[in-house]
Design a protein around this ligand. Sequence first.
Ligand SMILES: [Fe+2]
Length: 203
Amino acid sequence: MEFMKLEFEYSDDVTVINEEQFNAHMRLYEGYINKMNEIDGLLARGGDLEEANATYSEFRGIKRGETYALNGVILHEYYFENIGSDNNEPDNDVLGCIERDFGSFENWQAHFVATAKASRGWVVFCYDPRSDMLRNISLDAHDYGNIALSVPILVIDMYEHAYFLQYADHKDEYINAFMNNIDWSVVRDRMEGSYVVIPVRWM
Ligand SMILES: [Fe+2]
């Protein structure tokens, strides 16, 4: 399949980042789209399978790029989709699930923010079916730290490229602005979907 970029438009509803930061970030996202098409093209042509080597080989480079670029595509699409709303309250169903696993919304929020401060790549608030728990996962790169089978529900990009143009080194301000601009209706849809696909629990 050919990767096509999804169209995300900047609007007044996006308060976590300004338009300049948004547009710069969007160009990076398009770069991952282009690289995935390039990588899939290389794989379709075959590649030098005989010379595959874990220390260095051209094929290793393609495989490393494949997971990096594909997670880069997926996580950026999730990020741009879950920002841009002043609907800043989770509904009772979402709240119930968070409270079951974190005790309170405030405790989840404190963990999410701390995980953001501690991460170099992403925070993925996800549902982990193996433990039947919601977790805040820390990624230091697009493809470093994910849990197999986990379903992403809310993501924040903590690469410096996501905020430095606007916030410089004021990482806390970026995180706070993000927390006030989450689209909780998107979170709800993802959470409900995760429990349908993996039918464990949906309140
Ligand atoms: Fe990014």
